[in-house]
Design a protein around this ligand. Structure first.
Ligand code: SD4
Length: 290
């Protein structure tokens, strides 16, 4: 797996911009929720990541995206699964959180809601990326069922976690899922407690990796529980869940987290995970997964 200097540079630039702009929101007294939504939205808009533009191909050659956002102060959450044509799934998740009586909406229903709330739609070719297409062809030609992007030199799911000046935490995650996934398959990312979770009593967590395992291990909520009920620190809890529990399950991947006191965690059991962070009194932490 090799990466050209140009690609590396484009990736670093996108990452840096997301962190800087997320941090700027916090610096100006904005909410953790606004910071994570903004950072994830920027990354959805670049084709470099497996979220929004640049999402991977499903088994039937389309794009179905999952996203979630959660506020640690109110424990309000919004999530979408299997949406198509939506430019910014994380924006849709936030809109569901704030303007509906629901938490989680899938497919056509979520798209209908997006239309009613004036969200931006894009044509099919907006989501097309040559590299993703080649990846899909390779999986189809091999006997691999789904491609696990932790082995991929390009980038995957995007997530952000933040702690704002009021002491509120928030988490957001957005993904195209896994290459060659069966249509209507849903991963961990939009499932509150599995791929995304935030609670002011403990931490904010956003996960990446092989979603089937993260769903079964209820990863994000498990980290929070170890902190809340067993008195673990953020890093102890992340290590227990990612390096012990998940490894026993056979689940590859990792997470980013920020605790209510501003500790930061980046824990993964796969080869590597790209991330960036900026921290001072107020902090934001944006993780990018490969
Ligand atoms: C999923 N966890 O849908 C996601 C995939 C992922 O980088 O993280 N890709 O299972």
């Amino acid at each position: 797996s090799s990466m050209t200097p140009e690609l590396e540079e484009a990736y670093q630039f996108a990452l840096k911009t997301a962190v800087e702009e997320g941090h700027q929101i916090l610096h100006q007294g904005g909410s953790a929720l606004d910071a994570v939504e903004h950072a994830v939205r920027l990354l959805e808009d670049t084709p470099l990541f497996n979220a929004g533009k640049g999402s991977v191909f499903t088994k039937d050659g389309r794009h179905e995206m999952d996203a979630a956002i959660m506020c640690g102060n109110t424990l309000k959450a919004g999530a979408v699964a299997g949406v198509r044509s939506i430019r910014n799934p994380v924006r849709l998740a936030r809109t569901i959180m704030e303007h509906s009586d629901h938490v989680f909406i899938s497919g056509c229903g979520a798209e209908d809601f997006a239309r009613n709330h004036g969200l931006t739609f894009e044509p099919e070719n907006y989501f097309f990326d040559k590299h993703r297409y080649q990846q899909w062809q390779e999986v189809r030609d091999s006997h691999v069922f789904m491609l696990d992007h932790s082995h991929d030199e390009k980038f995957g799911t995007v997530g952000a976690v933040a702690l704002d000046q009021k002491g509120h935490v928030a988490a957001a995650t957005s993904t195209g899922g896994m290459t060659n996934k069966r249509f209507n398959r849903i991963g961990d990312s939009p499932v509150i407690g599995a791929g995304t979770y935030a609670n002011n009593n403990t931490c904010a967590i956003s996960c990446t990796g092989h979603g089937e395992y993260f769903l079964r291990a209820v990863v994000a909520y498990d980290v929070s529980c170890l902190m809340e009920y067993k008195g673990y620190s953020l890093s102890q809890a992340c290590e227990e869940v990612v390096l012990n529990k998940l490894v026993k399950f056979g689940g590859e991947g990792g997470l980013i987290g920020v605790s209510k006191t501003g500790d930061i965690a980046l824990t993964f059991n796969s080869e590597g995970m790209y991330r960036a962070s900026k921290k001072n009194k107020e902090q934001t932490y944006v993780g990018i997964y490969k």
